[in-house]
Design a protein around this ligand. Sequence first.
Ligand code: CS2
Ligand code: MN
Length: 358
Amino acid sequence: MEMTFRWYGSKFDTVTLEQIRQIPGVTGVITTLYDTTPGEVWTREAIHALKEEVEASGLHISGIESVNIHDAIKIGSPDREQYIDNYIETLKHLGEEDIHLVCYNFMPVFDWTRTELARVRPDGSTVLAYKQSAVDALVPEKMFESIAGDANGAILPGWEPERMAKVKELFDAYRDVDDEKLFANLKYFLERIMPVCNEYDIKMAIHPDDPAWSVFGLPRIIINKENILRMMKMVDDPHNGVTFCSGSYGTNLENDLPDMIRSLKGRIHFAHVRNLKFHSQQDFEEAAHLSSDGSFDMYEIMKALYDIGFDGPIRPDHGRMIWGEKAMPGYGLYDRALGATYLNGLWEAIDKSHKRGI
Ligand code: CS2
Ligand code: MN
């Protein structure tokens, strides 16, 4: 595996490439072209410039998170053809620039959903949190106002105000899209892009829905072992793969994370590893990466990745806000750097034990 770090680009991120370069064991960044909107073609020049910027710092681009999917593709409306053509163009340009990993999600309307962006924990750190009862009490537009209020002025991906202004229209457009239709639209999209993925060896890595159940009545399908295996089978090509995100699949306590990892051998192209602390079902907050700070056994998660021979990029995922840092919720430097170091430590121990036959 390669330890990596998400970087939101010099225009938006409070964390610099120079800082990332100093985290021990981190060699790559996961980034995207943050000035683009879903559906747009990424030019080769823009990708090249981003690559040069990253490489000038001594790091390299390990993958793109995300090339977002236009809602027309998820809805399956006639204009999806144009947006799929554009996506294919973007993939081609990425391949030409020697980038071979693309993370994306297939969640209708919203990306990940949390009900609090700065819950204070007993140690004074603040974290993202989710409580189903808070979602049930809200209409989406109100939810946006309330979470935007504590985002430190940052705009969360998928929650851009221009997009939220259209949220009602979007909800309408998804009216006839149930789980089956969403599966069919995903299949259609994947079948169309697989030839270019094969030609340029681009690994597509779908990110799970977060939380891993339907919110606001919208369909959500990338939520558990059964569905993800169905997806792998429905387009049975190694380029159709997975971002294994422990914090997203882990929102559903019925998901056995190490077992899911083992069942996806050969199809996990990218891993997000983080921990959650549960208070009860569907009521959790994001903890430090350390097992004892949350509800997951991080050793078992890393061990499962090790055992299946995972050799792609891993990144620490959302971190706590600590030491007075002001950054985009979940994406400060300090706690994610601690996370990367901890995960590297687990990996080293697992690797040495294995090699010594322990
Ligand atoms: C990320 C997601 O911050 C996060 O939780 O893991 O936003 C992820 O980038 C997207 O869902 C992938 O398209
Ligand atoms: Mn994730």
